[in-house]
Design a protein around this ligand. Structure first.
Ligand code: HEM
Length: 130
């Protein structure tokens, strides 16, 4: 390995998910294409939101039953207000992969990426119709 970053570990706990979600949001909120959409979090409240997103991923990856949000309606509303274009979905996907790869390795890190890919496609279709 040529990288000087700390050794990546298995993605295996809620604390790991929280670290991943934090890194992803740091990137997404600074990204020129995504930032205008994520600005809504200044109103909704970033801290509360990160807990909801952590619950979501904990359920997806480790089958807990914490997440009780409304995934599709929330993004439909975002699409109506800001435009969740195919380019924005693709950027979201790239940043998610980069964040996972930066921090983690192993089977569940791979699942975090493949599950996200499937959800990007499904969510893009159900919000934008393409
Ligand atoms: C163009 C792509 C996307 C953008 C710009 C985006 C942005 C956002 C924003 C700004 C919120 C907060 C909305 C609010 O509370 O009013 C949100 C909620 C959320 N997003 Fe996304 N998102 C995208 C795609 C995705 C994808 C592909 C996933 C999952 C794989 C995801 C997971 C979530 C979850 C779990 C919530 C919380 C929903 C709830 O409150 O129950 N997002 N998203």
């Amino acid at each position: 390995m040529t990288s000087s970053r700390p050794r990546r570990t298995e993605l295996s706990s809620r604390a790991d998910i929280d670290g991943l979600v934090e890194l992803f949001y740091d990137q997404a909120m600074a990204d020129p294409l995504l930032a205008p959409v994520f600005e809504v979090l200044a109103i909704v409240g970033l801290d509360e939101h990160l807990v909801v997103v952590g619950d979501f991923w904990e359920q997806v990856l480790f089958r807990t039953t914490r997440y009780e949000g409304s995934f599709t309606p929330v993004h439909r509303a975002l699409h109506g207000k800001y435009g969740l274009t195919p380019e924005r979905f693709e950027r979201w996907r790239e940043l998610w992969h980069e964040s996972v790869d930066e921090l983690f390795t192993g089977v569940d890190a791979d699942r975090a990426k493949s599950k996200a890919d499937a959800m990007v496609t499904a969510l893009r279709r159900s919000t934008t119709g393409v």
